[in-house]
Design a protein around this ligand. Structure first.
Ligand SMILES: [Zn+2]
Ligand SMILES: [Zn+2]
Ligand SMILES: [Zn+2]
Length: 242
């Protein structure tokens, strides 16, 4: 089910329509973005690459930043190695973009090969007041945050990959809520205590503009209007489509 949201500035009437949730690249290397429809879920299985799509806004550059997350790559397809896929997406249009690998893949921090998530290695964690890591259910981290946020300093996702070439296990921590407001050095120090070969982390609470490195915003209800800077965006229309 896809959703179309139409926002209009209550001061100048500037209009922003958000309607696309996924992207795909077909076997001819053509990129398209679209809402999730019943028909697209059919089409998706024949695509060489599929992933999720989102939009952010940089108030400093005054531009929409498009976020492409690669979730699936068809196996044994010629012309679809990681660099080529990134290039097809870059060439899709001239907007600013953040192109990322989804949970299923990671570049080995040591040899830069594309490595895969180990089976059943997608977990959620909370760092307690005593600096212990606790396993949490995904639903708690995403839907119960208001009830549990007083008990934890960090909430996030932990993904484990293995690189056959380097014979190493790689843990990737994705910080979803930085409740204690740690800076990046403090986070690194905490995660270094974790017993694996290599540890890395990504802070998703702070998405930065690829040009100016300012913090990005999601345009939503009551966001400051990008056009006039005075009014607020109001959700004018919300449409579910199939
Ligand atoms: Zn406005
Ligand atoms: Zn910017
Ligand atoms: Zn490696």
């Amino acid at each position: 089910m896809g959703a179309i949201r139409e926002y209009v500035c209550d001061n100048c009437g500037w209009e922003y329509i958000k309607e696309n949730d996924i992207f795909m690249i077909n076997k001819k290397h053509e990129v398209s973005v679209s809402p999730i429809l019943f028909s697209t879920s059919e089409i998706i299985q024949y695509q060489a690459v599929t992933g999720s799509y989102d939009e952010f806004y940089c108030y400093n550059c005054g531009e929409i930043v498009k976020n492409f997350i690669i979730n699936e790559i068809m196996e044994d397809m010629y012309g679809f190695d990681e660099e080529e896929i990134f290039k097809y997406i870059k060439d899709y249009d001239d907007s600013l973009k953040i192109i990322e690998l989804g949970d299923e893949f990671q570049k080995c921090p040591q040899c830069a090969d594309l490595i895969y998530l180990k089976p059943n290695s997608r977990n959620f964690f909370g760092l307690t007041e005593n600096y212990d890591f606790e396993n949490l259910a995904e639903s708690i981290v995403f839907h119960d945050i208001e009830n549990i946020k007083a008990e934890y300093k960090l909430l996030g996702k932990l993904l484990t990959y293995s690189c056959i070439k380097c014979n190493k296990e790689i843990n990737k921590f994705i910080i979803l809520h930085n409740l204690a407001n740690f800076n990046s050095n403090e986070i690194k120090e905490i995660l270094n205590d974790f017993p694996v070969d290599l540890t890395m982390y990504l802070d998703e609470t702070n998405r930065l503009c690829p040009v100016c490195e300012n913090k990005l915003s999601s345009l939503a209800d009551s966001s400051k209007c990008p056009k006039c800077g005075q009014g607020k965006l109001k959700l004018e229309n919300f449409l579910l489509i199939d």
